[in-house]
Write a protein that binds this ligand. Structure first.
Ligand SMILES: *[C@@H]1O[C@H](CO)[C@@H](O)[C@H](O)[C@H]1NC(C)=O
Ligand SMILES: *[C@@H]1O[C@H](CO)[C@@H](O)[C@H](O)[C@H]1NC(C)=O
Ligand SMILES: *[C@@H]1O[C@H](CO)[C@@H](O)[C@H](O)[C@H]1NC(C)=O
Length: 287
């Protein structure tokens, strides 16, 4: 009786086997990354496709001390990734030996090694995405389309009035990018031995000015498109264009040098919060 009741016809067995294989395949592709940080994946994400498939994008940032605008900055980034099916990865402690801010390169390297994304977008914490409709993959696509050798482009970077500003840049998730970062770190270490202490931005800036053959892997994007500064911080690149209504992102770089008061960045973050175009309410139909 038992054998009869639990007898499985061959066809059902095949279906069960296929279901099991599918299940294991799903676990494999949506499992945790090597970084040990949960990566949020949105199965409903639509989005544009390049080469016929959705680009896997991670936005990464860190915040290592208390600020008045942590909720706003995180909410803004979390909303944006939810809207487009990207991932958001945030670190809260830096153990980077070259100094706190070098953590951004360490995070990029960790994400490349985790091999879960096509592109990684670093954003400083003092940023707001002010038009969440704009897809970062469209900016990537447009930049590649603008390049004469798109397959060589691994870094999308912007300038401000002082040259490179690394507060918002995009990296192709590829081992070649780690090689590039190692050259920037080497430059820092060489200068350090000469008693010259450069931060991550200065090291990257000087590396990009060098004759190194790897420099061709970096492509400049107009500042206003990826790293716009507000009118309070008029430190613009050659396009001389600041943040304006409907623009993608605003970055309050070095606000302390331009705005008075105890909390210049917080004040600007709250001022521009009202300019954010949030788009549809994502409470329903999303995770
Ligand atoms: C990317 O740009 C190319 C032109 O360079 C275009 O044909 C393609 O549709 C674009 N893809 C996306 C995702 O916008
Ligand atoms: C691409 O080039 C055009 C023409 O120079 C420019 O207007 C546009 O901002 C560029 N886009 C990117 C993403 O670099
Ligand atoms: C926000 O970006 C979208 C997509 O590029 C654009 O169509 C829209 O006009 C922008 N919003 C404003 C207020 O400019």
């Amino acid at each position: 009786m038992l054998t009869r009741k639990f007898h499985i016809p061959p066809i059902t067995g095949t279906i069960l086997l296929l279901a099991l294989v599918y299940f294991l395949w799903q676990i494999h592709w949506t499992g945790p990354t090597h970084s040990g940080h949960p990566v949020h994946t949105n199965p409903w994400s639509g989005g544009s496709t390049a080469g016929g498939r959705h680009q896997r994008i991670a936005i990464i940032t860190f915040i290592t001390d208390q600020k008045s605008y942590i909720h706003l900055s995180l909410k803004n980034k979390a909303h944006y990734v939810k809207r487009h099916g990207y991932d958001l990865i945030v670190d809260y402690e830096s153990h980077s030996t070259r100094g706190t801010t070098w953590l951004k390169f360490d995070m990029v390297e960790r994400l490349i090694n985790a091999n879960q994304h096509d592109w990684i977008w670093w954003m400083d914490f003092d940023t707001l995405i002010t038009n969440t409709t704009i897809k970062v993959e469209d900016i990537i696509n447009e930049s590649l389309a603008n390049s004469t050798a798109p397959a060589d482009v691994d870094f999308l970077v912007t300038n401000d009035c002082n040259g490179l500003n690394d507060g918002s840049f995009i990296v192709r998730s590829h081992s070649r990018s780690i090689f590039f970062l190692n050259h920037i770190r080497d430059l820092h270490d060489r200068e350090q031995r000469k008693g010259n202490s450069l931060n991550d931005q200065e090291s990257m800036r000087d590396f990009l000015k060098s004759e190194d053959a790897l420099v061709r892997h970096a492509h400049r994007v107009p500042q206003w498109m990826l790293n716009a500064f507000p009118e309070e911080i008029k430190c613009y690149d050659d396009y001389n264009r600041g943040w304006e209504k409907g623009a993608f992102l605003v970055h309050f770089a070095g606000a302390w040098a331009h705005v008075e008061g105890d909390d210049p960045t917080g004040e600007l973050m709250r001022k521009y919060e009202g300019e954010v175009i949030w788009g549809p309410d994502l409470d329903e139909g999303f995770l």
